[in-house]
Design a protein around this ligand. Sequence first.
Ligand SMILES: Cc1ncc(COP(=O)(O)O)c(C=O)c1O
Length: 292
Amino acid sequence: MKALANINGQILDPQRAQVSVFDRGFLFGDGVYETGRSYDRVFLFLEEHIQRLRKSAGRLGIPVPWTDKFLEDQLKATAKAFGKDNVYFRVIITRGEVSQVGLDIATENPTLVILVQDLSEGLSRLRSEGYYLLTSSVRRNSSQSQDPNIKSSNYLNSILALKDVKERGAMDAVLLNVDGFVTEGTTFSIFSVSPEGKLRTPALSVGILDGITRRHILKASQGLCNAEEGAYSLEEFQNAKEVFIASSVREICPVYQWDEKKYQAPGPLTLKLYEAYRKGVENSVKNSPHRY
Ligand SMILES: Cc1ncc(COP(=O)(O)O)c(C=O)c1O
């Protein structure tokens, strides 16, 4: 078994797990989600994921009638039934099922879907070999249109960017905002190490997702290097000794090439930060109540 699903509290074989064609998540991408992983049967930073899920749902006016404990218990039950120590999880909440097609924000019964699956086998190779990125010609949605800080089920902005760069041979894409400042990747936060050795990452105000890994990397950097968040032009941000990407599932992966720029991958600060980040992970896992 490679995956297991839970729909509205019922654990199901993923082949038999179905949501209605009248579900707003299917019709309009009208839902929110969180993705994360477990380490040795512990869901990492689960409070932060649930908090962000509620925040995203709140921005869209999608009710979340379930308690944090219920959500956690369902996640644990699904992972337990799946039976693996290290899993990928996805929690999705949509505005729910309607009786006929039509754009509306009314909602009575949101849909809750939990997916648990094996972590991708290629992860450790990506962590050691790194990424080839291209800057997409597709700009990141502005905070005034579809705010990237809402982690919604509609990822067409990222999909358009990914399509653009995959057609040009890259592994993944970085998006600029409409003013030309570096934001983030299709599904990851981005960091660089300036020529002076300063850790840099785009500020939340340029219009990015408030990444959970990003927060923990900034925390882990204290005592290791100076760090700053800002609005960086592509040229300024790429003028770096090291570049790496970050997300809950991938943790930290180096970048060996971004457009024409080549970087040592992984670079020395990237390695140090990875070590510090992993120490934080180990501490959280040791003291975590989120064990299944
Ligand atoms: C657009 C985007 N930015 C950043 C991230 C990284 O966020 P996190 O570290 O919370 O996984 C993700 C993860 O899905 C994402 O989709």
